[in-house]
Design a protein around this ligand. Structure first.
Ligand code: MSP
Length: 617
């Protein structure tokens, strides 16, 4: 029996000092596409992502909102988990560096490195940028600022500290990278790291005085110090495998994804730690591009932060996944905007793929299918697709699949099956839809799942170009509802403070009085085609007309449980378009988890005597 290959993919673990933005979603979606592709290939896959929860930055962010660091991260880490769930991320574990097993593992490896004499006590003098939690030398500063965070003036630190002998690994690393045993992609990044290593590495501080940074894993050999957050964070890639069995099955990572901001530390400190402990090095570090928004760096103060949660709720998770993978070549920097997402959603997913599936299913319902032995619409580029995936050219994979979709749409135009009722032509098209769906499934899993169930085929690479088992087909419901894009409504997307964290002083009395909460009665409820989350409510607030409200409560409440009942609503929110419908208020609900860890949502029901339209306060 041939043993299945293994594939271990990781993302950086994100700082939970704010809710996830489109950048963290990007890396995680790309890792998910790779994980799903390797599952299609039949490989055993382990996919790890998570949050990096210790260190000065988190400690200070928590202090700012008057929370203990653990309470702070406990509020924000679930936002990442929820966002990734919404985006259909299929990770095996979501590691938090405050997980017990991880903290223990960090302590154990530090003791080992110390015992091997790679750690010594010294004094560290350098600049420190808290935004990237990294030390900088004077020569690295640009106009006295951090090169990655021009609005941060790094602090000069001169502290007693434990040092790691990074300098002893420069030559070994250089050899491993030059020989290709430790691969860094794309080539430009590999060259950059080689140049950097050629000037030699310096020892680095791996601890902070507990009196300064208490929020970290205590050093096992000196209780007055905590571990430098990057050392703690790197170890997630090992501890995230959870047990020895997974470790022996999956170590080392086949690819570690990240953006350019953290490649230097990943290509130096991280492999040196592994070498110090005699671990095999990851096979490949792949550096993808950096997103800008409308040509500018994403920043809250510029009001141009794109929230993946907002986008997924508005356009559907598949559209967000498709967009980030398609819009810029994987490995290069590029611009993203809601407008171009809406355009691709409408013109590519809805008009090309969605429309093909919808037209063909409607015609197949009407005329039926007749099988063809050698379909002209066979897909001839599977080997090419495999190569593109191996080279991480994920945008090009999508270009190939979409040129196949274009070919199918041209075939429809040529054959005019709506006039001819040509059952063989319709068979060819269903056969091609099967191929397309299988190939697209790593990118847009939710729609592909729907199509495969509708046409009754298995999502498996073995099914590519295999005959389609004819069944009676019905017209499929719309896969991608077209969305109208309105520039005006886009700015709402920026959060002023980390979501869910409200400190005592965040809300002034005047702010509170601006909030208009009212009792409303649900007069009717409709399903929303193409959404398994939303319901469309019509609500009476004793105004001239009823308001329409789109609410993501379908999984928790049935139409019967809502209709005719009174609930509490936030009524002075700016209207927001959701799946093409303007939503004119928001139903209030509490969110928590049940004891299985599943999401729980409860609506607020006023006393039965509360008048419709009455204000709360
Ligand atoms: N916690 C460290 C990583 C430790 S890994 C052992 C960290 N966290 S981070 O929250 O700042 O995440 C940085 C990573 O998020 C980038 O390397 C990239 O993967 C992703 N991105 C964040 N912003 C991005 C863009 N604007 N564009 C593309 N990717 C982005 O660094």
């Amino acid at each position: 029996m041939v043993k299945n290959k293994k594939f271990y993919v990781t993302t950086p673990i994100y700082y939970p000092n704010d809710e996830p933005h489109i950048g963290s979603a990007y890396t995680t979606i790309a890792a998910d596409v790779l994980a799903r592709w390797h599952r299609l290939l039949g490989d055993e896959v382990y996919f790890l992502t998570g949050t990096d929860e210790h260190g000065q930055k988190i400690q200070e962010s928590a202090e700012k909102v008057g929370l203990k660091p653990k309470d702070f991260v406990d509020k924000i880490a679930p936002k990442f988990i929820e966002a990734f769930k919404l985006l259909d991320i299929s990770n095996n574990r979501f590691i938090r560096t405050t997980d017990n097993d991880h903290e223990k593992a960090v302590s154990i490896i530090l003791q080992k490195i110390y015992d091997k004499k790679f750690i010594y006590k010294g004094k560290y003098e350098a600049y420190y940028c808290i935004a990237c939690e990294q030390y900088l030398t004077k020569s690295e500063l640009v106009d006295d600022k951090c090169p990655r965070h021009p609005n941060v003036s790094p602090e000069f630190k001169s502290e007693e500290s434990y040092m790691f002998k990074l300098s002893s690994f420069s030559d070994k690393l250089l050899k491993l990278i030059k020989s290709g045993k430790y691969s860094i992609m794309p080539e430009a990044r590999r060259k950059e790291i080689i140049n950097f290593l050629e000037s030699g590495l310096q020892d680095i501080s791996i601890s902070r005085l507990k009196t300064k940074v208490s929020w970290g894993v205590e050093l096992p050999f000196d209780k007055n110090h905590t571990t430098y957050v990057w050392i703690d964070a790197f170890w997630n890639y090992v501890s995230g495998l959870s047990d020895k069995k997974n470790f022996s099955a999956f170590w080392p990572p086949d690819v570690q994804l990240m953006a350019k901001d953290i490649i230097r530390v990943h290509a130096t400190i991280w492999p040196a730690l592994l070498l110090a402990l005699d671990y095999d090095l990851p096979k490949c570090l792949f550096v993808h591009g950096y997103f800008t928004i409308d040509g500018q760096k994403m920043s809250k103060s510029l009001g141009n932060v794109l929230s993946p949660v907002y986008l997924a709720n508005k356009y559907g998770s598949d559209s967000v996944r498709y967009y980030v993978m398609r819009n810029i070549s994987f490995g290069s920097d590029g611009d993203v905007s809601e407008k171009s997402l809406a355009t691709r959603h409408n013109t590519e997913l809805a008009d090309k793929f969605g429309n093909l599936v919808s037209r063909v299913s409607a015609l197949a319902e009407k005329y039926g299918l007749e099988s063809v032995k050698l379909p002209v619409l066979s897909f001839g580029k599977l080997e090419n697709i495999k190569k593109l995936f191996d080279n991480f050219e994920l945008d090009k994979v999508l270009s190939e699949i979409f040129s196949y979709i274009d070919k199918c749409n041209e075939f429809v135009t040529d054959k005019k099956p709506w006039e001819s009722g040509d059952k063989k032509a319709l068979y060819e098209l269903v056969f091609a839809i099967k191929n397309i769906t299988i190939l697209l499934s790593p990118f847009i899993p939710s729609s592909c799942d729907k199509v495969s169930k509708h046409f009754n085929f298995k999502i498996s690479l073995d099914e590519i170009n295999k005959s389609f088992k004819i069944i009676p087909i019905k017209k499929i419901s719309i896969l991608f509802n077209k969305v109208e894009f309105n520039e005006e409504v886009v700015k709402h997307n920026v959060n002023k403070s980390p979501i869910g964290i409200v400190s005592m002083s965040d809300l002034k009395f005047d702010d509170w009085s601006k909030v208009d909460l009212r009792v409303g009665k649900v007069v009717s409820v409709e399903e929303v085609i193409g959404s398994d989350k939303l319901l469309k409510l019509s609500v009476d607030f004793a105004e001239k007309s009823h308001r329409t409200i789109m609410s993501g409560i379908k999984k928790f409440y049935s139409i019967k449980e809502l209709k005719g009942k009174k609930f509490v609503f936030l009524t002075n929110l700016e209207p927001r378009k959701i799946m093409g419908v303007s939503s004119e208020a928001m139903i209030l609900a509490s969110h928590s988890k049940d004891n299985k860890g599943d999401e729980k949502l409860s609506l607020f029901v006023p006393d039965k005597d509360a008048d419709i339209g009455s204000k709360l306060g």
